[in-house]
Design a protein around this ligand. Structure first.
Ligand SMILES: NC(=O)C1=CN([C@@H]2O[C@H](COP(=O)(O)OP(=O)(O)OC[C@H]3O[C@@H](n4cnc5c(N)ncnc54)[C@H](OP(=O)(O)O)[C@@H]3O)[C@@H](O)[C@H]2O)C=CC1
Ligand SMILES: O=C(O)C1=N[C@H](C(=O)O)C[C@H](O)C1
Length: 269
């Protein structure tokens, strides 16, 4: 019989948490062994399937992450930067693969993942979908092929509940464009325009964020020159694409040693 890794989902009641619970429990390649929420959350102590309004799944929501992680081979975590840092230390202690979808982490917070990555595999990406990770590769290639006559703008749109901007995906796309151009994104990023901004600076990479309604996630990379424009676009219409990517990462991580990985590693792009 093939071994099926046990998976814990953190932030179980969240938009992605619920999608992940469904994806993992429907999978024939893994099984759900834990669901974590913060202390005091109304779901703690309840069966996670019932809390989601469906049939029982035989997994009780807990506010004790280390106890849950100790039973698991992988933790899938789409929560907040602070929670993710706490979970990284605990997943490393339990030697469980930590799949991180959380966005909005600062460079300093990302650096704090390094001690955990010495003990277990961490797979982190601002977007776990196949389509976006392919778009990242295309963006790098197009940016490398064009010179600074083409202004690069990353435009993203998300639902009204999103708390971070630019999105993790927009930053991945900006990094890819900068890499293609052979420049550091931190040197050329324009992350917010308001008022008398002055004319656009040649070579800069601009970011714009739209927030509204229930938009799952839309990203355009615009290359605009005099007389022509290229637009690379990804539109997500279902959060299942992120959950499927995260599960794929958790399974791929089973064969890996400690270290930090991303979806390009997982998908072999
Ligand atoms: N990489 C990718 O492919 C994708 C990444 N994301 C990212 O995933 C993250 C979550 O998104 P989304 O699901 O929409 O957000 P939600 O706010 O719906 O979900 C976050 C969940 O995490 C819980 N949480 C927060 N802190 C803790 C903690 N200390 N312990 C346990 N649970 C905790 C929250 O609980 P409470 O409500 O009590 O605060 C909430 O249930 C965001 O950063 C988003 O950008 C989203 C989609 C795809
Ligand atoms: O918060 C979201 O919803 C999403 N977040 C990720 C991001 O910040 O790019 C991925 C996806 O676009 C949905």
């Amino acid at each position: 019989m093939t071994f099926k890794p046990g998976i814990v989902v953190t932030g179980a009641s969240g938009r992605m948490g619920q999608m992940l619970i469904r994806t993992v429990s429907d999978s024939d390649k893994a099984h759900l062994v834990g669901a974590v929420e913060r202390a005091g959350h109304s779901w703690v102590g309840r069966d996670v399937g019932e809390a989601m309004g469906g049939a029982p799944l035989g997994v009780t929501v807990t506010d004790q992450p280390l106890e849950a992680f100790a039973q698991a081979q992988a933790v899938i975590d789409f929560t907040t930067p602070d929670a993710t840092l706490e979970f990284a230390a605990l997943a490393a202690q339990a030697r469980a693969v930590h799949v991180i979808g959380t966005t909005g982490m600062t460079e300093a917070q990302i650096a704090r993942l390094e001690p955990a990555a010495r003990h277990a595999a961490i797979i982190r990406a601002g977007n776990m979908s196949l389509g976006v990770n392919l778009l990242v590769q295309l963006t790098k290639r197009v940016a490398a092929a064009l010179d600074e006559d083409f202004d690069i703008e990353v435009i993203e749109a998300h639902h009204r509940h999103k708390v971070d901007a630019p999105s993790g995906t927009a930053l991945m796309l900006g990094e890819a464009a900068a890499e293609g151009r052979g420049v550091a994104l931190s040197e050329v990023a324009d992350r917010g325009r308001d008022g008398i901004t002055g004319a656009r600076e040649r070579g800069h990479i601009g970011f714009s964020a739209i927030r509204g309604g229930d938009i799952v996630g839309e990203h355009d990379v615009l290359f605009a020159a005099d007389g022509e424009r290229i637009v690379l676009r990804h539109v997500a219409t279902d959060r299942a694409i992120f959950a499927r990517g995260a599960l794929k990462a958790a399974l791929w991580g089973q064969g890996q040693g400690p270290g930090q990985y991303d979806m390009v590693d997982v998908l072999g792009l």
